[in-house]
Design a protein around this ligand. Sequence first.
Ligand SMILES: O=C(O)CCC(=O)C(=O)O
Length: 296
Amino acid sequence: MHAESPFMDCTDLVESRDRLLEHSRQNGYLFFPGLLPVEPVLELRQQVLRVAEQHELLDPDTDPDAAIRREGVFICEQDGSETFRNFYIDVQKLRLFHELPHHKHIVGVLEVLFGDSVFIHPRHICHVIFPGEHQYTTPPHQDFHPVRGARDTWTVWTPLGDCDAELGGLAVATGSNRRGLLENNGVRSWQLIEDSTEWAWNPFKCGDVVMFHSLTIHRGRDNVTDNRIRLATSARYQSVNEPVDEDALSVHLGCAKWEEVYSEWEADDALKYYWNAIDMDIQPAYHRRRREPANR
Ligand SMILES: O=C(O)CCC(=O)C(=O)O
């Protein structure tokens, strides 16, 4: 049984880069309650739930905003189903899903952390976690394995709405970044998770965000509700002066091409292909070179 304690509120650390760096090196995460205004987060939640409704994933007799799954329905990223894929492509088409990770409150923190201009990977993840089937709960892992590129890449995990204990959320192994890059399967199977590991976690309010380093071990927590779907997003950030893996510039899971994602956006939308205007060191895709599935 591993110990669990709440995240430390890092809001005041942003005033001093030294203190922010010290906390991030020691603990591997930064937690900011209420960093984002509630409105755009709730708006994105509603948009994702409208898409879920269109794909007949929600209980037709309840308010879509309550995120109650249709009885008997379970989908997840790993199940390889057409239902998941078609739904997920429509989520990826939402402009706000790609805009929210650019919020100035997130980028402002990371500018202080990196002491440099921030590059926002365009490949964003929407976590749509149905209740039950806990064999699909995201196991412990370090994001460097799927993401590659710069080691000082940070993930920002944003719950779309309040996330209580039953919905689960995300837990971070405090200080695990200091263990360096570990063998992936050993971490995912829990073999390399030390008994002394302290997991940081607490219920989240809408607007809270947790950020963690690419070497920080983290995991999803089981959604043990009867019927509620957990929604969250992950976005990755790094200095513009560090290398980025080519795959980080593609649509998550390779589920679509950018042309399809952008098909209903305004023709001159500045968010489209914004990374092409940034001079970066783009490394050939690590996983494609090794013929491994990636795109996380
Ligand atoms: O939201 C979740 O359940 C897991 C998220 C996660 O592990 C990740 O983004 O790497």
